[in-house]
Design a binder for this molecule. Sequence first.
Ligand SMILES: [Zn+2]
Length: 63
Amino acid sequence: MTVDRRFRSVARIGSVWVGSAYDHYGREKHTAACTAPRCGFSVDYDSRAAAELAARTHRCPVR
Ligand SMILES: [Zn+2]
């Protein structure tokens, strides 16, 4: 995945990036996205804590 430059305070947890950005409505959203090739894990959350939890608990199916 490409880390979009819209994202701020991007952090890497294992193979998963967590980034915060504002959507079209000005609401903050938090995205957890795996960088492993062919994994495709990418989910948006309303809270940073939820996104970081998802990143920590993500078990990559690609190995
Ligand atoms: Zn993964």
